[in-house]
Ligand binder design. Structure first.
Ligand SMILES: [Zn+2]
Length: 274
């Protein structure tokens, strides 16, 4: 009897381990599909829900969109669009109206909700550090700092056992570690890297957007498994100047600091994470 008991115990342990293993596998398989869009845009799809973050479908670059203008489309029943702030390279009201139709919502920080609504969009306002749950996704607005002094947040988005951070075009601030500690671990951090300086007289030396070096520091403080660079590859001489060779610099610094980086061209889907 004893040996039978032991055998059945071992068998049930084996079955439990297998169930845990299969469960973990299933969780990973349920992560959203991640597509990078043009400039700062990202598209996440999980089952019947699509989530856009800072998606721009209009050609703001006169035919010279950095790495090309990726189509912004959806074929799911539920659609949401997060925006980090209301500048036109992050908030494309016309494109969002077409994407969201009569049933979709823009989710934005409460400080710009009235403005977004005034553009004819349905809005879900969010407070900083107060999660909003919709369509199997959890969205949390977290602090950011805008180079022009406008209202801006970053987003932590969880779905299907994966957690993502989207940094809009924030400049450096002191909240990355707190965000990582409170809402991490982060699987993918989408971070701006162009370190842009913008026209003023005199033109400031201080960048208005994270530089490649700062983006690596931010990813490390967030505890991000992977950094995906966004918001780079365009300059308007004398008006808007990015750092030299942002992507190459990012890769070199990230390698030195032990931070994993994956460059996705607009329209490319992230593979190898699930
Ligand atoms: Zn921007």
């Amino acid at each position: 009897m004893k040996s039978l008991n032991l055998k059945s115990k071992m068998l049930s342990l084996l079955i439990m381990s297998l169930a845990l293993f299969v469960g973990a596998g299933a969780g990973h398989a349920n992560g959203p599909t991640v597509e990078r869009l043009t400039w700062a845009g990202v598209k996440l799809v999980l089952e019947d829900t699509t989530v856009f973050i800072d998606a721009v479908g209009t050609d703001l670059w006169d035919g010279n969109a950095p790495e090309g203008l990726a189509p912004v489309t959806t074929d799911t029943r539920r659609n949401y669009a997060l925006i980090t702030h209301a500048h036109n390279d992050h908030f494309d009201a016309a494109a969002l109206k077409a994407l969201l139709g009569e049933r979709g919502y823009v989710i934005c920080h409460e400080s710009i909700a009235a403005y977004v609504a005034s553009r004819g969009l349905r809005v879900i306002p969010a407070k900083t550090f107060h999660p909003v749950e919709r369509g199997g996704f959890l969205f949390t607005a977290v602090p950011a700092n805008d180079g022009f002094g406008s209202e801006q947040v970053s987003w932590v988005v969880s779905a299907g056992g994966k957690r993502m951070f989207h940094g809009g075009d924030t400049l450096w601030h002191g909240q990355f570690e707190t965000i990582g500690a409170q809402l991490g671990p982060i699987d993918i951090a989408f971070l701006p890297i162009n370190g842009a300086k913008v026209t003023r007289d005199p033109m400031p030396e201080t960048p208005a957007v994270l530089t490649p070096v700062q983006a690596v520091d931010a990813a490390l403080l967030l505890g991000a498994k992977l950094l995906v660079p966004i918001h780079f590859g365009w300059r308007d001489p004398g008006q808007y100047e990015e750092v030299d060779r942002p992507l190459e610099t990012l890769k070199a610094v990230a390698e030195r600091r032990g931070q994993a980086v994956k460059h996705l061209s607009p329209g490319a889907v992230l593979t190898g994470l699930n």
